[in-house]
Design a binder for this molecule. Structure first.
Ligand SMILES: Cc1ncc(COP(=O)(O)O)c(C=O)c1O
Length: 369
């Protein structure tokens, strides 16, 4: 019988995720699977919570990885914090803001969206004007909008949301591990991420953290959390306390991988990791510009880990991406929604963020164009 895995070839992942996985994480993933209530495993879980608190820059007790990809993190935050009829404001300037609005709407929330041009950041003054018009239970925004490469001004938005009394919900799927995500300093009440971007772990887990205010809202709900699998009030009984209660079987080996990924980031030092992302981004942008290409986003709003570059008229979007993959084993991302066919999304996330990878991509782009 032919085993497809025997012929699997490694690809340099320079798209919007997943990113390349370092050898130490692969080694961790291949450690022996043990029971999900084995004391050895509980010790690893406890350590993961502490490592996550450090990487997410928070003292929040309720900080743990949800079983599922980044979207499960998004769903967890909304499903635990929204009750039917709650007012939710979503700040939208890309695909993932739109996804938040879809998720919140399915829970019976009264969802308003404040829309901003794709490729430009959220404008705090417009957020203030909307908060003056209406009272919201939750305000949500994406920190690093992966569909456009824009970094939203979280600190400025947080300063407006706090006095309004709303809970502040932040998507840090793409930013966590690649640039500062200051959960407590920002005053984010619920923040989620995913393993497959700058944490450089395969897709499959979604770190989330809830502030005391968010936990209070969860504990004071009038109705049950309408999703059994993502109900944090039950999940914490597996992740906390002297006596752990089974909720669902934890993805044991994925959690080894996350443990190692967090350990590696902290071992390298978060400042050095962020600097590596920044330097890779700057090298990439100057090389693309030297080839005559133009970035979508103005320099001051650019994300380091997700670079949206306009596709030159002389280049065929799909053909270039296919040749990069087939001839050079490099993956870059296509544009989404209104930006489909107009931009490429080049990721320098986690382990991928190094000069040698930028050089390899630029040589390959020169060869295929
Ligand atoms: C900003 C953002 N939020 C949420 C998600 C959803 O994550 P996943 O695809 O891992 O479910 C993504 C994925 O690209 C993302 O970039």
């Amino acid at each position: 019988m032919n085993n497809q895995l025997d012929s699997l070839k490694e690809v340099l992942l320079m798209g919007p995720g997943p990113s390349c996985v370092p050898p130490a994480v692969y080694t961790a993933l291949s450690k022996p699977t043990i029971g999900h209530l084995d004391p050895q495993f509980i010790a690893i879980m406890d350590e993961i919570k502490v490592l996550l608190q450090r990487v997410m820059q928070t003292q929040n007790r309720l900080t743990l990885p949800i079983s599922g990809t980044g979207s499960a993190g998004m769903e967890t935050c909304f499903v635990n914090l929204v009750e039917t009829g709650n007012t939710v404001l979503i700040l939208v300037n890309g695909v993932f803001g739109l996804r938040m609005a879809d998720v919140a709407g399915r829970l019976g929330a009264q969802v308003d969206t404040l829309e901003f041009e794709w490729g430009k950041p959220v404008v705090p003054e417009q957020v203030q004007a909307q908060l003056d018009r209406k009272r919201y239970d939750i305000v949500a925004v994406v920190h690093a909008e992966t569909s456009t490469g824009v970094c939203n001004p979280i600190e400025a938005i947080a300063a407006l949301v706090k006095p309004s009394g709303a809970l502040f919900l932040v998507d840090a799927v793409t930013s966590l591990g690649g640039m500062p995500v200051a959960t407590d300093t920002w005053g984010a009440d619920a923040l989620y991420s995913g393993t497959q971007k700058c944490l450089s772990c395969p897709p499959g887990l979604a770190p989330v953290t809830f502030s005391e205010r968010a936990v209070a809202k969860l504990l004071n709900r009038q109705t049950k959390v309408p999703n059994w699998y993502l109900d944090l009030s039950m999940i914490v009984n597996y992740w906390e306390g002297a006596q752990r209660a089974y909720h669902h079987t934890a993805p044991i080996n994925m959690l080894y991988g996350l443990y190692q990924a967090l350990y590696s980031i902290l071992d390298e030092g978060m400042t050095s990791v962020f600097d590596r992302h920044r330097q890779s981004h700057l090298s990439l942008v100057s090389a693309l510009e030297a080839m005559g290409m133009e970035m979508l986003v103005a320099p001051e709003y650019r994300l380091p880990m997700l670079n949206a570059v306009k596709i030159p008229d002389s280049m065929d979007d799909a053909a270039v991406r296919q040749k990069l993959l087939k001839d050079h084993r490099i993956e870059i991302g296509a544009g989404l929604g209104p930006l489909a066919g107009k931009i490429w999304r080049i990721g320098v996330m986690g382990h991928t963020a190094r000069r040698s990878n930028i050089d390899r991509l630029i040589h390959a782009l020169e060869a295929v164009s």
